[in-house]
Design a protein around this ligand. Structure first.
Ligand code: UDP
Ligand code: MG
Length: 251
């Protein structure tokens, strides 16, 4: 099978009302580009009709692929499962609820193809008020402030699910529960160049958010120290020379 230029990966938990509009919006955004692409949706064991809808979507269009986990594991696991299933040269991730619209994908593809970044992340900071309550706006500001202070980063919206990266980045990403909130830093730990561009932000099309202050802000603080530890302690090296090996060292 031909390698698609782009894989679009979306985690899905109880998104029955959003899946058809999501797929339609992705098609509308990408068809004019005349590129090969696939849509990979990772169902985190939704309790609604999402999986049935995905089966129908997949039967009608082979570019729509889906995986279903064996148990509900959370957003990071669903994103990770989707990334692992993706075969494209570039991988874009976005949430399934259309809070950040697929029409922005061409701009992200153009930015990554320019070649000066390995990963381009969306930033909802300027548009946050259009899609989130004031509690979410404040908690996100606090979370990003604390994250940046501890990890000595300057990422404005670390947990934004909208991003695009080269497939080499995926191969080196370290997976853990909560990973999706630290992906810019996790890529930088591996030596990749990460940039941010602003995106628009909207309220959910249908369905409910899975997070409140308690299961986002506090758990993030715990993960934060693990990421700080990784920044300080993880090795990054390449084998430079070797003896009696049939192939050149991997790049
Ligand atoms: N999600 C998931 N598993 C979960 C929680 C969320 O796969 O346990 C998915 C969800 O379907 C959505 C994305 O992760 O596509 C972001 O979730 P949500 O919209 O609830 O987060 P928020 O935008 O409120 O931060
Ligand atoms: Mg959402």
């Amino acid at each position: 099978m031909e390698t698609p230029t782009l894989s679009i990966v979306a985690p899905c938990y109880n998104e029955q009302g959003n899946l058809i509009p999501l797929v339609t919006a992705i098609r509308d955004a990408l068809e004019p580009l005349k590129i090969s692409y696939e849509i990979v949706i990772a169902d985190d064991v939704s309790r609604d009709d999402s999986w049935n809808i995905l089966q129908k979507l997949g039967a009608d269009d082979k570019r729509i692929r889906a995986v279903r986990l064996n148990r509900n594991c959370g957003q990071s696991a669903a994103v990770w499962a989707g990334i692992q299933a993706a075969t494209g040269r570039f991988i874009a991730t976005l949430d399934a609820d259309l809070q950040n619209h697929p029409r922005e994908l061409p701009r992200f593809l153009e930015a990554i193809q320019r070649g000066d970044s390995d990963c381009v992340c969306g930033s909802r900071v300027a548009a946050r008020a259009q899609g989130d309550s004031w509690v979410r706006q404040v908690s996100s500001k606090i979370a990003n402030g604390i994250r940046n202070r501890i990890t000595q980063e300057t990422v404005s919206d670390s947990a934004c699910g909208y991003r695009i990266f080269k497939r080499e980045c995926a191969a080196r990403l370290k997976f853990f529960k909560g990973m999706h909130r630290f992906m810019p830093t996790l890529f930088r730990i591996e030596g990749f160049v990460v940039t941010e561009i602003p995106i628009s932000h909207h309220t959910r099309l249908t369905g409910q958010s899975n997070y409140g202050v308690m299961n986002r802000l506090f758990v993030t603080i715990y993960d934060l120290f693990a990421v700080r530890w990784m920044q300080k302690r993880m090795f990054r090296f390449e084998v430079k020379e070797q003896i009696n090996f049939p192939q050149a060292p991997p790049k």
